[in-house]
Structures are given as structure tokens and as C-alpha cells.
Design a protein around this ligand. Structure first.
Ligand code: RB5
Length: 145
């Protein structure tokens, strides 16, 4: 069963709980790094726990959510090998996989209803990386910074 680390701050907490249940329904093993309530916390603490696992290759992909998705994506994208995509529609989620080989999905909880969030998650999980010309471009992200 594929392990998928998932994290949220207080703004994303409720959505994270729905995403976690959906991951289980779909046959994944979500590994919840927190937070565990709506009490105010700092998003980098959770982004780092998910991004470090994806960056080392310990897991293939992860999921994060906060109010806008921005703080989580800024933090996660500082880790080598991480490509964290903020997606607010299923189409963007799919393209983040097909074109950018995104390995972390970031959801902006304040700008989605939870059912939209689940649909975005499903589309992201099932979309493949298209490779080809996109392979070259993705490789350039890490090359000679
Ligand atoms: C928390 O209030 C909010 O700043 C956070 O969830 C996120 O939107 C930050 O990028």
C-alpha cells in the first residue's frame, strides 16, 4: 500500500481530515503529520515534515493544505527534488502531474469547498507524468541553480 504523508495547518485541518479519509477509501495509506485541531499553528512545521520525506525519496508523493496553499508551497519547494503544486481546479492538478511531474499536491483550503478538494485530489493521484519534452524542462528546474 503506498504511503502518502499529509499535513495541514489550522486553516487546512478540516480539509485534511476529508482528504485523509478519501486516501484510505482509494487504497492508499495516509501518514498524518498533523495538525490535529483548528488551534493556530505554523505551516512550515508541517510542510517540512512532508517535503523532507518526498525530497529524500522515502515516499513518492505527499499532500499539504493551508489557507491559500502559498505558505505550504513556498516551504516545500525549498527541498531539493520537491515539486509542490498549488492546485485549485482538477485541471490544474492534472496538468501539474502531466507537465510538471508534481510530487506534492497543495490545496488552498480557504478557496475550495471540501468536495472540490476531493475531486482535485483524485485527478492528481491518477494523472501520469507525460514525459517527453516535459522531462527536459523538469530536469532544468534542479540543474545549475
Ligand atoms: C493561516 O492564517 C494562513 O496564513 C495559512 O493557512 C496560509 O494561507 C499561509 O500561506
Amino acid at each position: 500500500m503506498e504511503k502518502i504523508p499529509i499535513g495541514a495547518d489550522h486553516a487546512g485541518y478540516a480539509l485534511k481530515e476529508r482528504l485523509k479519509a478519501e486516501l484510505e477509501t482509494l487504497g492508499f495509506e495516509p501518514v498524518d503529520v498533523g495538525t490535529d485541531s483548528t488551534e493556530s499553528v505554523d505551516y512550515p512545521d508541517y510542510a517540512k515534515q512532508v517535503a523532507s520525506q518526498v525530497g529524500t525519496g522515502a515516499v513518492a508523493r505527499g499532500v499539504l493544505t493551508c489557507g491559500t496553499g502559498l505558505g505550504m508551497s513556498y516551504t516545500a519547494n525549498r527541498f531539493a527534488g520537491v515539486r509542490a503544486a498549488v492546485a485549485w481546479t482538477p485541471e490544474i492538478a492534472e496538468l501539474s502531474r502531466r507537465h510538471n511531474d508534481a510530487n506534492i499536491l497543495v490545496l488552498p483550503a480557504h478557496f475550495l469547498d471540501e468536495d472540490q478538494g476531493l475531486e482535485i485530489l483524485r485527478r492528481w493521484l491518477e494523472a501520469p507524468f507525460d514525459g517527453g519534452r516535459h522531462e527536459r524542462r523538469v530536469a532544468k528546474i534542479e540543474a545549475d541553480k
